[in-house]
Design a protein around this ligand. Structure first.
Ligand code: ADP
Length: 476
C-alpha cells in the first residue's frame, strides 16, 4: 500500500485496503486556529462489522507467526515510524495543538515503546516437573483486540495499545478519537506495510462507532483510554461476552510538598508535570498541597514560570505552550477557573496576551482555593493548577486520598526515606517521589478506584494481551 502525503486522503483501513467512509467525512479542527485543517473518512457501523470480520479471519494465521517473526515485524514498524517521524510530529501538532518539540517527543516515545514491545518475551511458567507429570502455564493470544483512544496523546497512546497486542499475537482494530484521528491513520498505514491484511484495521467515528466496535461479539478484548464514564459504558457492553478489558481512565492526581522540600529545585519540575501538554494528560499533577511554611513562596515561583510561557500555535518555534484541544474542553476549563475565582480563589498568573483565534488558555495558578471547588474536586484536564495549603501531613494525605480517582500521586521532599513512607500511603496505582507523570515502557502503569482496571507497560501490560493456558502432561 502506498503511503499518502501528509495531508492527502485520510482513509480507513479494512481488510488491508484503504477505504472511503460510508458516512462521508469528518472535519478535523486545528485547535490553534479553530478552523478545519483536514478531512478524513468517517466509518459506518457496517464498516466496523467488516473490519471485525476481516480481523477475525486474519487472526488465524497471525496467531501462528513465530515470536521471532513478530519481533522483527515490530522493529520494522518502528523503523517506519522513525522514517516518517517529522510528518507524524507535524500531524500531531496540527490536530492536537501541542508545541512541535513535545510532538517530536511523542513520536520518539512511540518509537521507544514499539521497540520495547518488540524486545519482550512471553514467559512459560513451569508449575511442576516431576516423575509423574509436567505442568506448564503458557500464554496464548486473545484474538481480536479493539483499541479506543483519546485526543490528548493520539499517536503515543495508539502505540501503547497496538504494539503489545500485536506482539502477543492478536490482531487489532483501532478507533482513534474523532478529534485527532490523523496521526493514528498514518501510523496504521505504516503498520499495514509490514503485516498481512486484516492484522491492523482502523475505523474513525465518534462514540457510536466506538460502541459498535467495543461491544461486537467477535472482539475478545478492549483496551481503552479516556473518561471514566465511557469506560463504564464499555465495561457494560463487554459483559455479554466477558471480554477482557484494560481501562485507563481519568485521574485527579495530588502532589504534596513536604516542609523540607527545596522549592528552588522543584518549582520547574512541578510546573512541567502539572502543565504537561497544557495539563491535558491523565497522570498530570492536578492538585498541589503545599505546607504553609512554603505556600506563598512556591506559589509565586510557579506563577513566575507560568507567566513566562509563550502561548501560541505549536508550529511556531517560539511557542512553549499550546492550546486546549477542543472547544468543549476550552469551555469547561474556562468555567472551572471562573467558578473558583467567584468562590474566592486568586489567579496569580494567566494574564498574558493570547492569540485571537484558537482555544488558548494561559497557564493559570490558583491560590486560596476552597477544597470544595470543582477545580479541586473534578479532573480539570487543562492549564490550571489549584494550590492548597496544609499544616499537618496526615491531613494532607487524607485530603489527597479523598477522591474517587486513584491514578497517581507524588511527594516532594529532600528526605527520600520520609517521602517514600508518605508516598505509599497514597491510594493510587503509581506514586512518585520528586517527580510526577513520568511513564516508562518497562514500568507497569494503571489506576486504582475509578481511574481504571488493569495495567499497561512492562510484562504485566503485555500479559493483559494474552490468556493463560495450562499444559498438563502425564508421564505415567
Ligand atoms: P474524552 O473526554 O477524553 O474525549 P471519551 O471517553 O469521551 O473521553 O473519549 C475517548 C474515546 O472513546 C474516543 O475515541 C471516543 O470516540 C470514544 N467513545 C466515546 N463514547 C464511546 C462509547 N460509548 N463506546 C466506545 N467508545 C466511545
Amino acid at each position: 500500500m502506498q503511503q499518502a502525503n501528509m495531508l492527502n486522503e485520510f482513509k480507513l483501513i479494512i481488510g488491508g485496503q484503504l477505504c472511503s467512509g460510508e458516512q462521508g467525512e469528518l472535519e478535523i479542527i486545528n485547535p490553534a486556529t479553530g478552523l478545519t485543517a483536514a478531512r478524513c473518512a468517517k466509518a459506518s457501523v457496517e464498516q466496523v462489522n467488516q473490519a471485525v470480520s476481516a480481523a477475525k479471519q486474519a487472526s488465524k494465521a497471525w496467531q501462528m507467526v513465530s515470536h521471532d517473526e513478530r519481533k522483527s515485524i515490530l522493529n520494522k514498524i518502528a523503523d517506519g515510524i522513525e522514517k516518517h517521524a517529522e510528518m507524524l510530529a507535524e500531524l500531531v501538532v496540527l490536530e492536537q495543538g501541542k508545541p512541535l518539540a513535545l510532538a517530536q517527543m511523542e513520536v520518539q516515545g512511540a518509537i521507544g515503546w514499539t521497540r520495547y514491545a518488540a524486545a519482550m518475551d512471553l514467559p512459560v511458567e513451569i508449575i511442576e516437573d516431576s516423575e509423574a507429570k509436567r505442568i506448564e502455564r503458557h500464554r496464548q493470544p486473545l484474538g481480536v483486540v479493539a483499541s479506543i483512544t483519546p485526543w490528548n496523546w493520539p499517536l503515543m497512546i495508539a502505540v501503547w495499545h497496538i504494539m503489545p497486542a500485536l506482539r502477543a499475537g492478536n490482531v487489532v482494530i483501532s478507533k482513534p478519537s474523532e478529534y485527532t484521528p490523523l496521526s493514528t491513520l498514518r501510523l496504521c498505514e505504516i503498520i499495514q506495510q509490514e503485516v498481512p491484511a486484516g492484522v491492523i484495521s482502523i475505523v474513525v467515528g465518534a462514540g457510536e462507532i466506538g460502541e459498535a466496535l467495543s461491544s461486537h461479539p467477535d472482539v475478545q478484548k478492549v483496551v481503552f483510554t479516556g473518561s471514566t464514564r465511557t469506560g463504564q459504558r464499555i465495561m457494560t457492553g463487554a459483559a455479554q461476552q466477558l471480554k477482557h478489558l484494560t481501562l485507563e481512565l481519568g485521574g485527579n492526581d495530588a502532589g504534596i510538598v513536604l516542609p523540607d522540600a527545596n522549592i528552588d529545585e522543584i518549582a520547574a519540575k512541578i510546573f512541567n508535570t502539572a502543565f504537561l501538554n497544557a495539563g491535558q494528560t491523565c497522570a498530570a499533577l492536578k492538585r498541589l498541597y503545599v505546607h504553609e511554611s512554603q505556600y506563598d513562596a512556591l506559589s509565586q515561583k510557579l506563577a513566575d514560570i507560568a507567566n513566562a510561557q509563550i502561548v501560541g500555535d505549536g508550529m511556531e518555534s517560539s511557542t512553549t505552550f499550546g492550546p486546549v484541544q477542543n472547544q468543549m474542553q476550552y469551555n469547561k476549563v474556562k468555567a472551572l477557573i471562573a467558578e473558583a475565582i467567584e468562590q474566592g480563589a486568586k489567579a496569580l498568573s494567566g494574564q498574558q496576551q493570547l492569540p485571537e483565534q484558537g482555544y488558548f488558555i494561559a497557564p493559570t495558578i490558583l491560590t486560596e482555593v476552597s477544597e470544595s471547588c470543582r477545580v479541586v474536586q473534578e479532573e480539570q484536564f487543562g492549564p490550571v493548577l489549584p494550590i492548597l495549603k496544609y499544616t499537618d501531613i496526615n491531613d494532607a494525605i487524607a485530603r489527597a486520598n479523598d477522591s474517587e480517582f486513584g491514578l497517581g500521586g507524588s511527594i516532594w521532599s529532600s528526605d527520600i526515606k520520609a517521602a517514600q513512607v508518605y508516598a505509599t500511603q497514597l491510594q493510587c496505582g503509581t506514586v512518585w517521589v520528586n517527580t510526577h507523570a513520568e511513564v516508562l515502557p518497562h514500568a507497569p502503569f494503571g489506576g486504582w478506584k475509578m481511574s481504571g482496571l488493569g495495567a499497561e507497560f512492562g510484562l504485566e501490560g503485555l500479559l493483559e494481551n494474552t490468556i493463560g493456558q495450562t499444559l498438563h502432561i502425564s508421564k505415567v
